[in-house]
Design a protein around this ligand. Sequence first.
Ligand code: HSE
Length: 442
Amino acid sequence: MTAVSGPNGDALKVALLGCGTVGGAVARLITEQAEDLAARVGRRLELVGIAVRRPNRQRDLPGVDPALITTDAEALVRRGDLDLVIEVIGGIEPARSLILTALENGASVVTANKALLAEDGPTLYEAAERSGVDLYYEAAVAGAIPIVRPLLESLAGDEITTVIGIVNGTTNFILDKMTTAGSGFAETLSEAQDLGYAEADPTADVEGFDAAAKAAILSSLAFHSRVRIDDVHREGITEVTSSDISSAREMGCVVKLLAICTLTDGEQPRVSARVHPAMIPLHHPLASVGGAFNAVYVESRSAGQLMFYGPGAGGAPTASAVLGDLVTVARNRVRGAAGPGESSYAERAVAPIGEVVTRYHVSLEVTDAVGVLETVARCFAENGVSLQTVRQVPLPDDATQDAQLVLVTHAAPDAALSTTVAALRELPEVAQVISVMRVEGQ
Ligand code: HSE
């Protein structure tokens, strides 16, 4: 990359790919804040093209020349004189090809594309490295919350041991509503859709795909290794019941969809990346993250516990993260420098979920008779799972023959816990497995 000097040089040419909620906010901010951005960068930023799929769509872009709108994204990224390309189209293709073409043509790229980074990040990092340009993606994880740069740069001298995130606002909104209103999943999802918090097709959010992509990015950054979305164990929130929520409440916990990134014990620690609903104690910093907010909790050897909190989605908040990257990348460009690229030197393998050590909360409807508790306890013991607490709770009158047993285990390999639950389901004394959920946090 050639260094360009002085605040009065030619403007840096910026192309925007995508002009939906986030892209529109980015275009407005680049235009409205042109003077301040120029002062912060040392050169003006000139928007030279906005690639869209539907050119005739009504857009609120005051001050933006409508002639900049084009449907030919490919030609835009090929023009060869671009300094910066912002990709907010999302999805794998055509975003990947467009980003690669932009990088190969010498432009630095700012993207919010978590799915692409989690699927094929290394291909993009390598293309950026070959061209000596930047690839920045703060907006890909947890919207406005600065978390990529803290992991990549601020904590680069520390040793990160744990990252736990509430990184999907839709599911946090639904679980929070289920907790406060005592409602079931289906009705709460429908309410979230009516309020615009959940998409008409909510699969990516409620099945945990969105959070899994973010978990892959967070674990790659935290543990200097390549972790792809397929390496992330994923369970969504569609099976969470109001019983799970009330069981959590009874033990002083709350249910959250967590993206958990840790290292396994042993001589050669491996990465464990998983997304699933879990109970966490009310005193845990993540327990109080309500509504559609996101938060990322980090533990590191020297810094200790850190918590990053804020809006994880939405046009303006996500645009804030995009603009932050844009200014940084533009400053690098002005200096003829590039920021840090991928750090994957540790090359840690990814551990299967069965080897991950965790705790379970299990609630059972059992026959209320002599020896049942012993049979249930033996089932845990035979699978090598130690019990931490056992509680018997009376059931409502309509189930007079039965009682509810609530058991919480000590930490054990996930495989042993799921074998235990499978065995419990086979016991004649167990009328119903009411709720099974992992318990996280101390
Ligand atoms: N759909 C996501 C959420 C935001 O609900 O948090 C984009 O990743």
